[in-house]
Design a binder for this molecule. Sequence first.
Ligand code: TMP
Ligand code: MG
Length: 234
Amino acid sequence: QQPQPPRRGAFIVFEGIDRCGKSTQTALLAASLPNSLLRRFPDRTTKTGAIISSYLSHPSSSSASSPSAAATPSPPLPDEAIHLLFSANRWESAASLTALLRAGTNVIVDRYAYSGAAYTAAKGGGGGGGGVAGGLGLEWCKAPDRGLPTPDLVVYVDVAPAVAAARAGYGEERYERIEFQEKVAAAFAELRDERWVVVDGTRPVEEVQRTIEKVAREVVAKAGMEPLREDLWC
Ligand code: TMP
Ligand code: MG
């Protein structure tokens, strides 16, 4: 018998609109799944993350007139530029994510490229359907993330925008407006693929957790038999 290389870990992504319960559920899964590690995007601890965090803290209507930028106001970031920064923020972590996965760690992430594409496409006229290739169409939005590590599982925590809006803290960040979140949800729906599992985020926290943990354990068992793919949207 040849010595076996270490089983690779599973790459599990959580997606959903703001305040859908992703952060609660990612933390619960990381606590219950052996040999797992939790990351989130945007990763606000890096240089690109600091720019993104500052962008998100400003309301979309008055980004040029923030009091904190009073001394030397910089022009607001165009939608295209912030989109590329979100993508760059993922590419900064790509090598460390694949290294962890290859070493056998299960990596759970709170948001990934699907958020990247869905949120920007929602600015470009909702959903980005109809084969729109330029502007902020869905294909344009997906392009910078092409070739990132491909998740084994995408857990979509499904909550209606009106329900999410009633949750604590809603409206603190830039995108937390119901009409916008409706467009984000429509764009997410266009991104669904065979790796997605949709869970009802309005069920009790423990019930949602059990559902997710069951699927995640199956995916972890299978991931060890399949090579890690670095071909997202290729
Ligand atoms: P968070 O609430 O999960 O920290 O994410 C911050 C916001 O950034 C949230 O409204 C979703 C949005 N977002 C993007 O617009 N593009 C991206 O690539 C990611 C990861 C998040
Ligand atoms: Mg948020």
